[in-house]
Design a protein around this ligand. Structure first.
Ligand code: NAG
Ligand code: NAG
Ligand code: NAG
Ligand code: NAG
Ligand code: NAG
Ligand code: NAG
Ligand code: NAG
Length: 358
């Protein structure tokens, strides 16, 4: 009898424990976690060292809800920090460089998105590089745009297997004649979107990327580099190659690139006549940008057989003569019942046809 009472007491006691736990968890659900709040304050101190004034809303105190702080986003169920948007966070009055220090971020176990865009990071603290972020199993978005990272950043990112989006635009990546293959970007098999825009890469992509690993890649931005050669990457849907050094041979080397839906070749070195047959094989192409090249004519437009899906064609800032252009348009219209938009903005037609000017 007494053991039954004890059992009941015990189970009541357990019920209490469970209720208290539920309440505490519920309360945490409204605020942020203690250790993450402390980590945020450490991060702020590091960002402001030695005398900056960024992040004024991140202040110490009992019961402050750090999930409400600027540039912080939490999961409303778990209270964990899931997003840190530290774009241009360094106070420009601080002339000292800010170096990346991975330890400052490892407390945020559920971090999904980290943006360090626009901080002119020249590199990282010794043994505190980006490779240590591989402990953050949920990290999907890493934005490192507008920093000063050099080629050695590539191999530090190789273990971040949860990444879906990586932006290395506007950094100091350079093409090297003898690229060391162990310094390539590799392993990121979940990566869907990758950008290297505005760097000084001038070699083929295989020299800085281990292409076979990037099985999920859908979008690649290499615009505004100095690249001259490129070959199709099957699976890729969006390819931005504007502002590079491609000449007319790029079309032939991309022949058979059947998965690409959007291709931007604007602002390259395409000149003279384009043989339209070279666009054959882009079976899924929906948008093509050839603006701002020195194209003068399109030869044999009847040759296009497979651009049924082309919806948008950009031909702005191009030199072309009316005959071949109207042939091209006629054939495109005939071929492609889906073509909805043709941009001729800035186009310059041959003399006597000023009514065509846009
Ligand atoms: C918040 O966390 C819960 C539980 O882990 C998860 O199911 C949910 O997807 C998360 N929400 C967001 C926006 O991350
Ligand atoms: C990196 O961050 C950790 C954690 O805040 C800190 O203990 C360490 O001193 C930092 N390293 C440097 C060189 O700033
Ligand atoms: C590249 O950056 C790393 C990390 O900051 C630095 O140690 C290295 O000296 C840099 N390399 C060059 C060639 O500038
Ligand atoms: C790439 O640029 C480097 C300078 O950064 C130069 O030495 C090299 O010759 C260039 N390579 C090609 C293929 O243009
Ligand atoms: C390639 O780079 C790695 C890491 O920087 C270095 O250890 C290795 O010696 C380099 N190999 C060659 C052939 O230069
Ligand atoms: C076009 O570019 C390719 C690749 O760089 C080069 O081999 C070829 O000589 C160039 N053609 C012309 C006409 O410049
Ligand atoms: C344009 O086509 C017409 C008719 O086919 C031809 O007479 C004319 O010479 C062509 N003009 C140019 C610049 O090729």
């Amino acid at each position: 009898m007494s053991s039954l009472v004890t059992n009941m007491r015990n189970s009541l006691w357990w019920l209490w424990v469970v209720m208290v736990l539920v309440l505490v968890k519920g309360w945490y659900g409204l605020g942020c976690l203690e250790q993450e709040r402390i980590a945020l304050l450490q991060l702020k101190a590091n960002i402001n060292y030695p005398n900056g004034n960024s992040l004024p809303s991140w202040v110490e105190g009992e019961n402050v809800n750090c999930c409400k702080w600027e540039r912080v986003e939490c999961n409303s169920t778990t209270g964990h920090v899931i997003q840190l948007s530290l774009d241009s966070i360094r106070d420009y009055h601080i002339l000292r460089d800010w170096y990346f220090n991975a330890s400052l971020f490892l407390q945020f176990k559920e971090l999904k998105t980290l943006s360090l865009n626009g901080n002119y990071l020249p590199g990282w603290v010794e043994n505190e590089g980006f490779e240590r972020l591989s402990a953050l199993r949920n990290l999907e978005v890493l934005d490192l745009t507008r920093n000063r990272l050099n080629n050695s950043v590539l191999s530090t990112l190789n273990g971040l297997s949860s990444l879906k989006f990586l932006d290395l635009g506007e950094n100091d990546l350079k093409g090297l004649d003898h690229f060391n293959s162990s310094e390539r970007l590799s392993g990121l098999s979940n990566l869907e979107i990758l950008s290297f825009r505005y760097n000084q890469l001038n070699t083929s992509i295989q020299s800085f990327l281990k292409l076979d690993d990037f099985v999920s890649l859908k979008e690649l931005d290499l615009s505004h580099n100095e690249i001259k050669v490129f070959e199709p990457i099957q699976g890729l849907e969006i390819l931005r190659l504007s502002g590079n050094s491609f000449n007319n041979s790029i079309l032939a080397s991309l022949r058979g690139f059947s998965t690409v839906k959007s291709l931007d070749l604007s602002g390259n070195l395409l000149t003279g006549s384009i043989h339209v047959q070279e666009l054959d094989g882009f079976r899924n192409l929906e948008e093509l940008d050839l603006s701002d090249n020195e194209i003068e004519s399109f030869v044999n437009p009847e040759g296009v057989k497979s651009l049924e899906k082309l919806k948008v064609l950009h031909l702005g800032y191009i030199k072309y003569d009316l005959n071949s252009t109207s042939n091209l348009m006629k054939s495109l219209m005939a071929l492609s019942s889906s073509l909805k938009t043709l941009y001729f903005f800035g186009g310059e037609l041959s003399k006597g046809n000023s009514e065509w000017k846009d």
